[in-house]
Write a protein that binds this ligand. Structure first.
Ligand code: FES
Ligand code: FE2
Length: 395
């Protein structure tokens, strides 16, 4: 069938047959023992996104970020030399957390307990009565964590011998560099807590099967008579990551809010050359729990941070190039964020209802169809990582 001048053909089962068609075990979506293995097998062995360079504009700028899944509190600092570094937010004297503020700017970091003071490069600068420890200051620096940046986005790796970030991202790194996020100077953010497993939460955002039932109004512009579920044009797999290419409805009929907001955001996007971003219709799903859709008018990033087998925390950001130029642009940015929150609020209840059902233990298996191929791919990747970890533990 044809809409306007654009035919739509959904991805077919044979295109994703290599992922298998088996029922998926339900336990990994609620079992605490499985979650304990994921901490080490998945999250300690992955680069995890935790911030953006625009949050650390000057030497001395810092942010504190919690990674509950690895019991870590991290301090990201821009040093005097302009370099970004990540440290455990842990004083090397007796372990007190150094910084309580979420962000700020300081030349040095002093521990509140006994006033050991560290520089932005993590070095111990001074400590009262230090002579009586019999220690060397250079052995007392903050514990550093691997940090790297792609497309302006900061990633950290808390495991041993991390691969270079660009190697981990593969060909997606260059594609992400073309998106507005790579040049962003500011962002809007909201975070949420959800009573659901991180995979269940994440999967909701990598399938459109639920779109017309859960988002009949807000999702309407993504669907058309030829493509009633708003299915993507293409799925692609870049182990362990995956992408989908969003279908463009030639007759979108957006809600009034979206139409008004986009009209107000378009002048900047045109002036900044963002409209030509070649990968603006691609949805990047980076292992383990990062999404990004970098359309020229709304560069959307969403990360799901696990807390326990059945609790997660999500952070959603919209990235912008340049401060609001005028009230019209301010309105556009707020309105787009409002729409994102609206769509998301529609999702939360059904994700939590899924968790309650799974946690009851009633099901041994769950099922994914062709258009839930990205969910299946995530499970396959997680299962492979857990199996590899288990094999190492028993060897
Ligand atoms: S624990 Fe930090 S100075 Fe003592
Ligand atoms: Fe949804």
């Amino acid at each position: 069938m044809q809409i306007g001048n654009q035919a739509f053909t959904a991805v077919q089962g044979e295109d994703v047959a290599f992922l298998g068609t088996r029922p998926i075990p339900a336990k990994p979506y609620y079992d605490p023992d499985w979650f304990e293995m994921e901490r080490e097998a998945v999250f300690r062995r992955s680069w995890m996104h935790i911030g953006h360079v625009c949050e650390l504009p000057e030497s001395g700028s810092f942010i504190r970020r919690e990674l509950e899944v690895l019991n870590a509190s991290l301090l990201i600092v821009r040093g005097k030399d302009g370099q970004l570094r990540a440290f455990h937010n842990v004083c090397t004297h007796r372990g007190t957390q150094l910084v309580e503020e979420a962000q700020g700017k300081r030349p040095t970091f002093s521990c509140p307990y006994h006033m050991w003071t560290f520089g932005g490069d993590g070095a111990l600068l001074s400590a009262p009565d230090f002579e009586s420890f019999g220690l060397d200051k250079k052995d007392c620096a903050l514990k550093q964590v691997a940090l790297d940046v792609c497309a302006g986005m900061i990633f950290v790796h808390l495991g041993n011998n991390p691969p270079p970030l660009r190697e981990w991202l593969g060909d997606l790194a260059d594609q992400m560099e073309t998106l507005p996020v790579a040049r962003a100077t500011t962002f809007s953010e909201y975070s949420y807590n959800i009573a659901a497993n991180w995979k269940l939460t994440y999967d909701n955002f990598q399938e459109n099967y639920h779109l017309r039932f859960i988002h009949p109004r807000s999702g309407r512009s993504a669907c058309g008579p030829d493509n009633p579920f708003g299915y993507p044009k293409e799925y692609a797999f870049h182990d362990p990551h995956r992408t989908q290419t969003i279908w463009t409805n030639p007759d979108p009929q957006p809600t009034e809010t979206i139409a008004t907001a986009f009209a107000r955001l378009a002048p900047r996007a045109m002036a900044e050359g963002l409209m030509e971003a070649p990968h603006g219709r691609k949805y990047f799903a980076l292992f383990p729990s990062f999404f990004m859709l970098g359309t020229p008018l709304q560069n959307f990033v969403h990360v799901v941070y696990p807390i326990s087998a059945t609790q997660s925390r999500g952070v959603i950001r919209l990235y912008w190039v340049g401060e609001d130029a005028n009230a019209s642009e301010r309105f556009g940015r707020e309105a787009v964020m409002g729409v994102a929150r609206e769509v998301h609020s529609e999702d939360i209840a059904v994700i939590e209802a899924g968790q309650r059902g799974l946690s009851s233990g009633a099901l041994e298996h769950i099922h994914f169809q062709t258009q839930e191929a990205l969910c299946r791919h995530l499970f396959n990747m997680v299962e492979a990582a857990v199996n590899a970890y288990r094999a190492e533990q028993t060897a």
